[in-house]
Design a protein around this ligand. Sequence first.
Ligand SMILES: *Cc1c(COP(=O)(O)O)cnc(C)c1O
Length: 364
Amino acid sequence: MSKRVFNFGPGPAMLPTAVMERAQAEFLDYNGMGVSVVELSHRSPQFIDIIDRCEALFRELSGVPDNFKIFYMHGGARMQFASIPMNFMPRVAKPKALYFETGNFAKLARVEAERYGEIIRVVDGESCGYSAIPSFDPSAIDQDAAYAHLTANNTIYGTRWMEFPDTGDVPLVVDATSELLSREMDYNQFGLVYAGLQKNLGPSGVAIMVCREDLLGHAMPHTPTMLDFKVSAEERSLANTTNTFAIYLLMCVLEWLKEQGGVAAIEKVNEAKAKILYDALDASDFYSAVAHPDFRSTMNVSFHLPNNNALAEQFIAEALEQDMYALKGHAVVGGIRASIYNSMPVEGVQRLADFMKEFERKNG
Ligand SMILES: *Cc1c(COP(=O)(O)O)cnc(C)c1O
Protein backbone atom coordinates (compact mmCIF):
# COMPACT_ATOMS: atom_id res chain seq x y z
CA MET A 1 0.00 0.00 0.00
CA SER A 2 1.29 3.46 -0.89
CA LYS A 3 1.24 6.06 1.84
CA ARG A 4 -1.41 8.82 1.51
CA VAL A 5 -1.40 11.80 3.87
CA PHE A 6 -4.17 14.35 4.36
CA ASN A 7 -3.07 16.95 1.83
CA PHE A 8 -4.25 20.46 2.75
CA GLY A 9 -2.35 22.05 -0.15
CA PRO A 10 -4.14 24.85 -2.04
CA GLY A 11 -3.30 23.53 -5.51
CA PRO A 12 -2.35 21.37 -7.16
CA ALA A 13 -4.53 19.83 -4.50
CA MET A 14 -5.37 16.32 -3.41
CA LEU A 15 -7.59 14.23 -5.65
CA PRO A 16 -9.86 11.47 -4.33
CA THR A 17 -7.87 8.31 -3.59
CA ALA A 18 -10.46 6.30 -5.55
CA VAL A 19 -9.73 8.46 -8.61
CA MET A 20 -5.97 8.02 -8.26
CA GLU A 21 -6.35 4.26 -7.91
CA ARG A 22 -8.53 4.11 -11.00
CA ALA A 23 -6.05 6.19 -13.01
CA GLN A 24 -3.24 3.91 -11.83
CA ALA A 25 -5.15 0.78 -12.80
CA GLU A 26 -5.99 2.16 -16.25
CA PHE A 27 -2.65 3.82 -16.90
CA LEU A 28 -0.82 1.21 -18.99
CA ASP A 29 -3.78 -0.27 -20.74
CA TYR A 30 -6.75 2.01 -21.35
CA ASN A 31 -9.93 0.05 -22.06
CA GLY A 32 -8.06 -3.06 -23.22
CA MET A 33 -6.38 -1.14 -26.06
CA GLY A 34 -2.83 -1.84 -24.86
CA VAL A 35 -2.01 1.88 -24.87
CA SER A 36 -2.08 4.40 -22.07
CA VAL A 37 -4.57 7.24 -22.11
CA VAL A 38 -1.52 9.58 -22.45
CA GLU A 39 -0.47 7.70 -25.61
CA LEU A 40 -3.85 7.99 -27.29
CA SER A 41 -4.53 10.45 -30.12
CA HIS A 42 -6.64 13.42 -29.05
CA ARG A 43 -8.64 12.75 -32.22
CA SER A 44 -9.22 9.06 -31.57
CA PRO A 45 -12.81 7.93 -30.96
CA GLN A 46 -11.76 6.75 -27.48
CA PHE A 47 -10.56 10.22 -26.48
CA ILE A 48 -13.59 11.88 -28.08
CA ASP A 49 -15.66 9.61 -25.83
CA ILE A 50 -13.73 10.92 -22.80
CA ILE A 51 -14.21 14.59 -23.68
CA ASP A 52 -17.90 13.98 -24.51
CA ARG A 53 -18.40 12.19 -21.23
CA CYS A 54 -16.80 15.14 -19.35
CA GLU A 55 -19.21 17.56 -20.97
CA ALA A 56 -22.26 15.39 -20.29
CA LEU A 57 -21.24 14.84 -16.66
CA PHE A 58 -20.42 18.50 -16.10
CA ARG A 59 -23.79 19.56 -17.52
CA GLU A 60 -25.60 16.97 -15.43
CA LEU A 61 -23.76 17.91 -12.22
CA SER A 62 -23.86 21.70 -12.61
CA GLY A 63 -27.15 22.30 -14.42
CA VAL A 64 -25.49 24.52 -17.03
CA PRO A 65 -28.18 25.75 -19.47
CA ASP A 66 -28.02 24.78 -23.16
CA ASN A 67 -27.00 28.25 -24.32
CA PHE A 68 -23.59 27.79 -22.68
CA LYS A 69 -20.59 26.20 -24.39
CA ILE A 70 -18.12 24.12 -22.41
CA PHE A 71 -14.51 24.00 -23.59
CA TYR A 72 -10.93 23.88 -22.27
CA MET A 73 -8.09 26.38 -22.57
CA HIS A 74 -4.37 25.86 -22.06
CA GLY A 75 -2.43 27.76 -19.45
CA GLY A 76 -4.58 27.32 -16.35
CA ALA A 77 -6.56 30.14 -14.81
CA ARG A 78 -4.05 32.96 -15.08
CA MET A 79 -3.68 32.64 -18.84
CA GLN A 80 -7.38 33.53 -18.97
CA PHE A 81 -6.71 36.79 -17.10
CA ALA A 82 -5.33 37.98 -20.47
CA SER A 83 -7.55 35.96 -22.80
CA ILE A 84 -10.77 37.30 -21.24
CA PRO A 85 -10.13 40.97 -22.14
CA MET A 86 -8.81 39.88 -25.57
CA ASN A 87 -12.02 37.95 -26.24
CA PHE A 88 -14.57 40.33 -24.73
CA MET A 89 -13.38 43.97 -24.89
CA PRO A 90 -14.51 44.52 -28.53
CA ARG A 91 -18.11 43.76 -27.48
CA VAL A 92 -18.37 47.47 -26.65
CA ALA A 93 -17.43 50.59 -28.63
CA LYS A 94 -14.88 51.83 -26.09
CA PRO A 95 -12.92 49.02 -24.40
CA LYS A 96 -13.87 49.07 -20.74
CA ALA A 97 -14.39 46.43 -18.02
CA LEU A 98 -15.33 46.27 -14.35
CA TYR A 99 -13.29 44.38 -11.74
CA PHE A 100 -14.28 43.38 -8.22
CA GLU A 101 -10.95 43.27 -6.44
CA THR A 102 -11.44 41.01 -3.44
CA GLY A 103 -8.14 39.16 -3.21
CA ASN A 104 -4.76 38.40 -4.69
CA PHE A 105 -5.93 36.60 -7.83
CA ALA A 106 -8.66 39.20 -8.38
CA LYS A 107 -5.94 41.84 -8.34
CA LEU A 108 -3.70 39.91 -10.73
CA ALA A 109 -6.65 39.57 -13.11
CA ARG A 110 -7.31 43.32 -12.96
CA VAL A 111 -3.65 44.24 -13.51
CA GLU A 112 -3.44 41.95 -16.55
CA ALA A 113 -6.64 43.38 -18.05
CA GLU A 114 -5.34 46.96 -17.83
CA ARG A 115 -3.27 46.33 -20.96
CA TYR A 116 -6.45 45.98 -23.02
CA GLY A 117 -8.76 48.79 -22.01
CA GLU A 118 -10.08 51.05 -19.28
CA ILE A 119 -10.59 49.19 -16.01
CA ILE A 120 -12.98 50.35 -13.31
CA ARG A 121 -12.44 48.82 -9.88
CA VAL A 122 -15.95 48.40 -8.49
CA VAL A 123 -14.64 47.27 -5.12
CA ASP A 124 -11.16 47.28 -3.66
CA GLY A 125 -10.77 44.95 -0.71
CA GLU A 126 -7.21 45.98 -0.01
CA SER A 127 -8.31 48.52 2.62
CA CYS A 128 -9.78 45.72 4.77
CA GLY A 129 -6.84 43.42 4.11
CA TYR A 130 -9.10 41.36 1.82
CA SER A 131 -10.76 39.88 4.92
CA ALA A 132 -14.26 40.64 3.57
CA ILE A 133 -16.11 41.26 0.29
CA PRO A 134 -16.75 45.02 0.43
CA SER A 135 -20.21 46.27 -0.45
CA PHE A 136 -20.57 48.54 -3.45
CA ASP A 137 -22.83 51.16 -4.93
CA PRO A 138 -24.92 49.61 -7.76
CA SER A 139 -24.48 52.83 -9.74
CA ALA A 140 -20.81 51.83 -10.08
CA ILE A 141 -21.93 49.12 -12.51
CA ASP A 142 -21.30 51.05 -15.73
CA GLN A 143 -23.65 49.50 -18.28
CA ASP A 144 -21.25 50.40 -21.10
CA ALA A 145 -18.65 47.92 -19.82
CA ALA A 146 -17.80 44.84 -21.87
CA TYR A 147 -17.95 42.60 -18.80
CA ALA A 148 -17.56 42.52 -15.01
CA HIS A 149 -15.00 40.17 -13.49
CA LEU A 150 -14.97 38.65 -10.00
CA THR A 151 -13.28 35.86 -8.08
CA ALA A 152 -15.91 33.59 -6.56
CA ASN A 153 -13.68 32.22 -3.81
CA ASN A 154 -10.56 34.04 -2.71
CA THR A 155 -8.16 31.15 -2.28
CA ILE A 156 -5.46 32.95 -0.30
CA TYR A 157 -7.58 34.86 2.24
CA GLY A 158 -10.40 32.32 2.45
CA THR A 159 -13.34 34.58 1.64
CA ARG A 160 -16.11 34.05 -0.87
CA TRP A 161 -19.12 35.70 -2.45
CA MET A 162 -22.16 34.23 -0.68
CA GLU A 163 -24.40 35.68 -3.39
CA PHE A 164 -23.25 37.05 -6.70
CA PRO A 165 -23.87 40.71 -7.55
CA ASP A 166 -26.44 41.80 -10.10
CA THR A 167 -24.56 43.50 -12.93
CA GLY A 168 -27.60 44.14 -15.14
CA ASP A 169 -26.79 43.58 -18.83
CA VAL A 170 -23.05 43.52 -18.22
CA PRO A 171 -21.99 39.86 -18.41
CA LEU A 172 -20.53 38.58 -15.17
CA VAL A 173 -17.24 36.73 -15.66
CA VAL A 174 -16.34 34.51 -12.72
CA ASP A 175 -13.01 32.97 -11.77
CA ALA A 176 -14.29 29.92 -9.88
CA THR A 177 -10.93 28.14 -9.80
CA SER A 178 -11.03 27.31 -6.10
CA GLU A 179 -14.68 26.37 -5.79
CA LEU A 180 -16.19 25.12 -9.05
CA LEU A 181 -18.57 22.21 -8.29
CA SER A 182 -18.22 22.72 -4.54
CA ARG A 183 -21.55 24.57 -4.36
CA GLU A 184 -24.67 24.90 -6.45
CA MET A 185 -24.71 27.93 -8.75
CA ASP A 186 -27.37 29.33 -11.06
CA TYR A 187 -25.52 29.84 -14.34
CA ASN A 188 -28.21 32.18 -15.64
CA GLN A 189 -26.45 34.91 -13.63
CA PHE A 190 -23.20 34.48 -15.52
CA GLY A 191 -21.61 35.21 -18.86
CA LEU A 192 -18.51 33.09 -18.31
CA VAL A 193 -17.43 30.84 -15.47
CA TYR A 194 -13.89 29.50 -15.66
CA ALA A 195 -11.57 27.50 -13.44
CA GLY A 196 -8.09 26.05 -13.47
CA LEU A 197 -8.64 22.36 -12.81
CA GLN A 198 -5.99 21.89 -10.12
CA LYS A 199 -7.96 22.96 -7.04
CA ASN A 200 -11.14 20.95 -7.17
CA LEU A 201 -11.24 19.05 -10.45
CA GLY A 202 -7.96 17.60 -11.69
CA PRO A 203 -4.36 18.42 -12.60
CA SER A 204 -2.85 21.84 -13.34
CA GLY A 205 -2.29 23.68 -16.63
CA VAL A 206 -5.82 23.56 -18.06
CA ALA A 207 -8.90 25.69 -17.47
CA ILE A 208 -12.48 24.63 -17.97
CA MET A 209 -14.58 27.37 -19.56
CA VAL A 210 -18.38 27.62 -19.35
CA CYS A 211 -19.32 30.46 -21.65
CA ARG A 212 -22.63 31.92 -22.82
CA GLU A 213 -22.74 31.35 -26.55
CA ASP A 214 -23.59 34.91 -27.58
CA LEU A 215 -20.37 36.20 -25.98
CA LEU A 216 -18.20 34.24 -28.39
CA GLY A 217 -16.86 35.72 -31.61
CA HIS A 218 -15.80 39.20 -30.47
CA ALA A 219 -12.06 38.66 -30.05
CA MET A 220 -9.52 41.40 -30.78
CA PRO A 221 -7.98 40.85 -34.23
CA HIS A 222 -4.52 40.08 -32.84
CA THR A 223 -5.79 37.42 -30.38
CA PRO A 224 -3.67 34.29 -30.78
CA THR A 225 -5.72 31.52 -32.38
CA MET A 226 -5.06 29.29 -29.40
CA LEU A 227 -6.49 31.94 -27.03
CA ASP A 228 -9.64 32.58 -29.08
CA PHE A 229 -12.61 31.19 -27.13
CA LYS A 230 -14.72 30.84 -30.28
CA VAL A 231 -12.10 28.66 -31.94
CA SER A 232 -11.87 26.43 -28.89
CA ALA A 233 -15.66 26.21 -28.53
CA GLU A 234 -16.17 25.39 -32.21
CA GLU A 235 -13.32 22.91 -32.44
CA ARG A 236 -14.47 21.30 -29.20
CA SER A 237 -11.10 22.09 -27.51
CA LEU A 238 -9.27 20.10 -30.18
CA ALA A 239 -7.88 22.95 -32.29
CA ASN A 240 -4.46 21.66 -31.30
CA THR A 241 -3.29 18.82 -29.07
CA THR A 242 -5.27 19.23 -25.91
CA ASN A 243 -4.09 18.08 -22.48
CA THR A 244 -5.59 14.63 -22.83
CA PHE A 245 -4.45 13.32 -19.46
CA ALA A 246 -5.93 16.28 -17.56
CA ILE A 247 -9.27 15.82 -19.31
CA TYR A 248 -9.22 12.08 -18.63
CA LEU A 249 -8.60 12.76 -14.91
CA LEU A 250 -11.37 15.36 -14.94
CA MET A 251 -13.72 12.66 -16.23
CA CYS A 252 -12.68 10.38 -13.36
CA VAL A 253 -13.25 13.18 -10.82
CA LEU A 254 -16.69 14.00 -12.28
CA GLU A 255 -17.72 10.34 -12.14
CA TRP A 256 -16.52 10.23 -8.53
CA LEU A 257 -18.50 13.39 -7.72
CA LYS A 258 -21.62 11.85 -9.23
CA GLU A 259 -21.13 8.80 -7.00
CA GLN A 260 -20.93 11.14 -3.98
CA GLY A 261 -24.46 12.32 -4.80
CA GLY A 262 -23.58 15.35 -6.93
CA VAL A 263 -23.03 19.00 -6.13
CA ALA A 264 -25.91 19.52 -3.67
CA ALA A 265 -24.69 16.55 -1.61
CA ILE A 266 -21.02 17.58 -1.63
CA GLU A 267 -22.00 21.17 -0.79
CA LYS A 268 -23.57 19.91 2.45
CA VAL A 269 -20.42 17.92 3.25
CA ASN A 270 -18.27 20.97 2.46
CA GLU A 271 -20.33 23.15 4.79
CA ALA A 272 -20.04 20.56 7.57
CA LYS A 273 -16.28 20.26 7.05
CA ALA A 274 -15.76 24.02 7.13
CA LYS A 275 -17.94 24.32 10.24
CA ILE A 276 -15.67 21.92 12.12
CA LEU A 277 -12.72 24.26 11.56
CA TYR A 278 -14.56 27.57 12.04
CA ASP A 279 -16.12 26.25 15.27
CA ALA A 280 -12.63 25.37 16.48
CA LEU A 281 -11.41 28.88 15.59
CA ASP A 282 -14.42 30.60 17.19
CA ALA A 283 -14.02 28.61 20.40
CA SER A 284 -10.40 29.70 20.76
CA ASP A 285 -8.66 32.91 21.84
CA PHE A 286 -5.41 31.42 20.58
CA TYR A 287 -6.19 31.18 16.88
CA SER A 288 -7.70 33.98 14.82
CA ALA A 289 -9.49 33.52 11.50
CA VAL A 290 -8.49 35.76 8.59
CA ALA A 291 -11.95 35.94 6.98
CA HIS A 292 -14.81 38.02 8.36
CA PRO A 293 -17.58 35.62 9.52
CA ASP A 294 -20.01 36.85 6.83
CA PHE A 295 -17.72 35.82 3.98
CA ARG A 296 -16.13 32.58 5.08
CA SER A 297 -14.95 30.22 2.38
CA THR A 298 -15.83 26.56 2.66
CA MET A 299 -12.76 25.68 0.58
CA ASN A 300 -9.84 27.56 2.16
CA VAL A 301 -9.66 28.27 5.88
CA SER A 302 -6.88 30.77 6.68
CA PHE A 303 -5.94 31.61 10.26
CA HIS A 304 -3.18 32.98 12.44
CA LEU A 305 -1.50 31.77 15.58
CA PRO A 306 -0.57 34.34 18.24
CA ASN A 307 1.70 36.88 16.58
CA ASN A 308 4.59 34.51 16.26
CA ASN A 309 5.80 32.96 13.02
CA ALA A 310 7.97 30.47 14.91
CA LEU A 311 4.80 29.02 16.44
CA ALA A 312 3.23 28.64 12.98
CA GLU A 313 6.36 26.80 11.80
CA GLN A 314 6.08 24.49 14.81
CA PHE A 315 2.37 23.93 14.09
CA ILE A 316 3.13 22.98 10.48
CA ALA A 317 5.98 20.61 11.48
CA GLU A 318 3.98 18.84 14.21
CA ALA A 319 0.92 18.52 11.96
CA LEU A 320 3.10 16.85 9.33
CA GLU A 321 4.20 14.27 11.93
CA GLN A 322 0.50 13.37 12.13
CA ASP A 323 0.23 13.08 8.33
CA MET A 324 -1.33 16.49 7.72
CA TYR A 325 0.57 18.04 4.84
CA ALA A 326 0.91 21.52 3.27
CA LEU A 327 -0.77 23.68 5.92
CA LYS A 328 1.48 26.69 5.42
CA GLY A 329 -0.39 29.90 4.67
CA HIS A 330 0.31 31.86 1.47
CA ALA A 331 3.32 34.18 1.75
CA VAL A 332 1.15 37.34 1.55
CA VAL A 333 -0.90 36.29 4.60
CA GLY A 334 1.38 34.00 6.60
CA GLY A 335 0.01 31.74 9.31
CA ILE A 336 -1.92 28.61 8.40
CA ARG A 337 -4.22 27.79 5.50
CA ALA A 338 -6.19 24.56 5.38
CA SER A 339 -7.51 23.93 1.86
CA ILE A 340 -10.40 21.51 2.15
CA TYR A 341 -11.68 21.00 -1.38
CA ASN A 342 -14.25 18.37 -2.39
CA SER A 343 -11.69 15.56 -2.14
CA MET A 344 -10.69 16.19 1.49
CA PRO A 345 -12.43 13.62 3.67
CA VAL A 346 -14.23 14.66 6.86
CA GLU A 347 -11.68 12.59 8.83
CA GLY A 348 -8.86 14.83 7.61
CA VAL A 349 -10.67 17.94 8.81
CA GLN A 350 -11.56 16.32 12.13
CA ARG A 351 -7.96 15.30 12.65
CA LEU A 352 -6.86 18.88 12.05
CA ALA A 353 -9.45 20.28 14.49
CA ASP A 354 -8.32 17.79 17.17
CA PHE A 355 -4.70 18.69 16.53
CA MET A 356 -5.49 22.43 16.82
CA LYS A 357 -7.05 21.87 20.24
CA GLU A 358 -4.10 19.83 21.43
CA PHE A 359 -1.58 22.31 20.06
CA GLU A 360 -3.36 25.18 21.84
CA ARG A 361 -3.40 23.25 25.12
CA LYS A 362 0.37 22.72 24.91
CA ASN A 363 1.35 26.15 23.61
CA GLY A 364 -1.47 28.54 24.59
C1 LIG B 1 -5.08 29.05 -8.04
C2 LIG B 1 -5.87 30.14 -8.59
C3 LIG B 1 -5.50 30.79 -9.78
C4 LIG B 1 -4.23 30.46 -10.52
O1 LIG B 1 -4.41 29.37 -11.32
P1 LIG B 1 -3.29 28.93 -12.38
O2 LIG B 1 -3.92 27.75 -13.03
O3 LIG B 1 -2.05 28.62 -11.60
O4 LIG B 1 -3.06 30.06 -13.31
C5 LIG B 1 -6.34 31.78 -10.27
N1 LIG B 1 -7.46 32.13 -9.62
C6 LIG B 1 -7.84 31.54 -8.47
C7 LIG B 1 -9.10 31.96 -7.80
C8 LIG B 1 -7.05 30.53 -7.93
O5 LIG B 1 -7.42 29.95 -6.77
